[in-house]
Design a protein around this ligand. Structure first.
Ligand code: ATP
Ligand code: MG
Ligand code: MG
Length: 348
């Protein structure tokens, strides 16, 4: 059919729906919240919960393919949908990338490097893992974390009990702290045929665990390791038989690229591609899930910078509009501290 089902109602879903509309597709959003950035630009939305079997069945019937903008779709909902309609990227991509230790284990099995890590399910296990990995390290919830939420940094063993309380007994990984020179991501789109498209690797700067800026081209120290990281991303995508966008975050270290995490979807570090590349991450994702050929990822500017507008930053929007190099994106959300309100891309 000519309607694409999107699970999730946030800004990623919004930008997917906008790209879909440009190609003549309608979008049907499935999101429990009554409204959101994605529902405002889509033809239809279902605001039922992911446990509502009837709503899921009606949603599946109304669309030709289902994709998603977040990786925490409950497995039972996926199973229900999968029986009725193709889901792209597939279930395996979600199963792996939903859980930190699974994605790190897969990457290691494929010959990639990760921080030292241990799965932790109790305070006793945290003590054991800390004895092995040592300080500094980071305790992260295995699932549901984003923008650095659900993470506790550990400098010494006296903080273990407090850290375990902070994550409220959720399943976690303890990760050794990686000394890095810079951070970057690989944005790869894979079609059903196995054809892939890769954009320039943006250099990403995070502030308080939240992405602040993504810049292309990245500095030489990143470009020198990008090829190895891209080769690993290809291996991951092939192994998962992934269809659509796959984003892999890396640390650039003195010993080469270290894999941090991945997302089976479009990603904040790829927002620059809307104006900064011939085909955006959103358009190529839609093309891939609809079985269309992928578009060119060639950069359209000598230098492209994306800056997130977090919380009150968004109040500066009239000023941004006066900058001839700036393209402003606002997601239509109410301001809250630490919330991603929009972004601005500058082409030079
Ligand atoms: P996202 O919004 O990207 O999904 P997240 O909550 O999943 O974020 P991570 O990507 O794991 O969090 O971590 C956020 C940031 O914290 C990283 O980009 C990096 O700057 C820092 N960080 C995370 N893990 C490590 C590590 N093992 N060593 C050093 N820095 C780290
Ligand atoms: Mg993450
Ligand atoms: Mg991250």
């Amino acid at each position: 059919g000519s309607t694409i089902g999107i699970l999730g109602g946030g800004q990623l879903g919004r930008m997917l729906a906008m790209a879909a509309a440009q190609l003549g597709y309608r979008s049907h959003i499935y999101a429990p919240e009554a409204s959101g950035p994605a529902t405002e630009v889509s033809a239809e939305w279902t605001k039922a919960g992911y446990d509502d079997a009837d709503a899921l069945a009606r949603f599946a019937e109304s669309v030709g393919v289902v994709t998603y903008e977040f990786e925490n779709v409950p497995p039972a909902a996926l199973d229900r949908l999968e029986a009725l309609v193709p889901i792209r990227p597939g279930k395996r991509s979600l199963e792996i990338s939903r859980v930190r230790e699974r994605e790190k284990t897969l990457v290691r099995d494929l010959g990639g490097r990760t921080a030292p890590f241990r799965a932790v399910g109790s305070l006793a296990q945290l003590r054991d893992a800390f004895a092995e990995i040592g300080a500094p390290s980071i305790l992260k919830t295995s699932s549901l974390g984003y923008d650095g939420k659900g993470q506790v940094r550990l400098r010494d063993g006296s903080e273990l009990e407090q850290a375990w309380e902070a994550v409220r007994g959720a399943l976690c990984v303890l990760e050794g702290f990686v000394t890095f020179d810079a951070e970057f991501s690989v944005l790869l789109c894979r079609a059903e045929s196995g054809e892939t498209a890769v954009w320039d690797t943006p250099e990403n700067v995070h502030t308080h665990g939240i992405l602040d800026t993504s810049t292309t081209p990245a500095r030489t120290l990143i470009l020198d390791q990008a090829e190895r990281a891209i080769a690993l991303a290809h291996k991951i995508a092939d192994e998962l038989d992934h269809i659509g966008l796959l984003t892999c975050e890396f640390f650039a270290t003195a010993d080469g690229p270290v894999f941090n995490e991945m997302a089976p979807r479009v990603h904040n570090s790829g927002h620059w591609t809307i104006e900064g590349a011939v085909t955006s991450q959103f358009e190529n994702h839609i093309r891939a899930v609809c079985g269309l050929p992928l578009g060119s990822t060639t950069r359209t500017g000598a230098r492209v910078e994306m800056k997130n507008l977090i919380g009150e930053d968004a109040n500066d929007w009239p000023e941004i509009l006066r900058d001839p190099a700036a393209k402003l994106h606002l997601y239509g959300k109410h301001v809250r501290p630490g919330r991603k309100m929009g972004h601005v891309t500058r082409l030079f």
